[in-house]
Design a protein around this ligand. Structure first.
Ligand code: A2P
Length: 341
């Protein structure tokens, strides 16, 4: 069986990774079509050494496609996702548009693959930081029963797409050239040699929308409706891997040895936890890596039954494109293509 695949947002940071992951992981496609805005229509992009012309994303283009992976924006997903599904094309959506819809499974294939079976044409890919944090927390939850989480994130500029990557690059060059004033477009402040305690828009509560995703999406993915998460999301001048500092409280007594064992055994996660040998996961080592890294596991001093840990994962991969391709692979392996519209 092979599939006719579309990528919406093919010219973007995640779109480019989607193309190379589909090719490199050998996803069985018989046809691939690349979509972006009208600005990019007519440009050519390479897929496995062949040139493909980018087309403008419109409702009609999904006719005849089996699956479309969306990574443009929430508004494009809202506008075109249902149009694709209406035409029988399964949508795997990277945006936040449908993640909390009851009818839309929100999937991390290592954690809740079975939930994908219930899809009605649209499957959502989780928020990037949530995905990285849950890869560390899920095996611990299975072992000890997760109750409450405090987290602080160290998020790479790739999470803001090509705009974020270009802005950091340009500011690095300006800094090296001796400038002290920097042009800002994607971020409200300079990002080079700075940290911004501000990812996404502020809510009345003082949290940002990004900060609430870890609680809301975590509840849905782990099947824990009462899970409480307090998160502070921070943008740092790192190109493409996110890090998360996590303090987690559990129902049952914890041990560092057992935590290390269950993390090491969990698919898609690598235990990297030899602090005395200076071994802990870092974004520089986890960019372009399939696995997320977890380390710095220790008994938390502020919680009973608590663990502190540090998780790192490639925002463009496990946080976005890789997880989406893994969802497509899951649909393929389990033959989950049919859906009730
Ligand atoms: P384009 O390059 O034509 O603007 P990133 O997150 O890296 O900024 O990428 C965003 C992706 O979403 C790009 O591929 C961009 O295409 C695409 N995109 C933006 N606006 C639209 C639109 N109106 N229709 C389809 N794709 C869009």
């Amino acid at each position: 069986m092979s599939y006719k695949v579309g990528i919406v947002g093919a010219t973007g940071a995640v779109g480019q990774e989607l193309i190379s992951l589909l090719v490199d992981r050998g996803f069985p496609f018989s046809e691939i079509r690349l979509f972006a805005s009208s600005r990019s229509a007519g440009k050519t992009l390479e897929v496995a050494g062949n040139s493909y012309v980018v087309e403008e994303a419109k409702a009609e283009v999904f006719e005849g496609l089996d699956v479309a992976i969306f990574s443009a924006s929430s508004s494009i997903s809202r506008e075109l996702g249902p149009e694709a599904a209406k035409r029988g094309c399964v949508v795997i959506d990277n945006s936040s548009a449908f993640r909390m819809d009851e009818d839309v499974p929100l999937i991390i294939p290592e954690i809740n693959p079975d939930a994908a079976a219930t899809h009605k044409g649209i499957i959502a890919n989780p928020n990037c930081t949530t995905a990285v944090a849950l890869m560390g927390l899920s095996p611990l939850h299975t072992e000890f029963g997760l109750k409450r989480v405090f987290a602080s994130t160290y998020q790479a500029v790739s999470g803001s797409g090509m705009g974020g990557i270009r802005e950091l690059q340009a500011q690095v060059e300006d800094y090296v050239a001796g400038k002290t004033e920097f042009e800002t477009e994607t971020y409200p402040h300079q990002i080079v040699f700075n940290v911004l305690p501000h990812v996404d828009s502020f809510l009345d509560s003082g949290y940002t929308t990004e900060e609430m995703k870890m609680q809301n999406e975590g509840r849905k993915i782990l099947g824990l409706p009462d899970l409480r998460v307090s998160c502070t999301c921070v943008r740092v001048p790192v190109f493409r891997a996110h890090s998360v500092s996590i303090q987690a409280e559990f129902e049952r007594p914890v041990s560092v040895d057992r935590a290390r064992e269950v993390i090491a055994a969990f698919p898609g996660v690598e235990l990297c936890d030899e602090p005395l040998a200076n071994k802990y996961p870092m974004p520089a080592d986890y960019s372009g890596k399939v696995e997320c890294g977890v380390g710095r596991i220790r008994i938390d001093t502020a919680f009973d039954n608590g663990l502190s840990l540090w998780a790192v994962g490639d925002q463009l991969w496990k946080g976005a494109a890789l997880n989406a391709v893994q969802i497509a692979e899951l649909l393929h392996e389990r033959n989950y293509w049919a859906f009730n519209r």
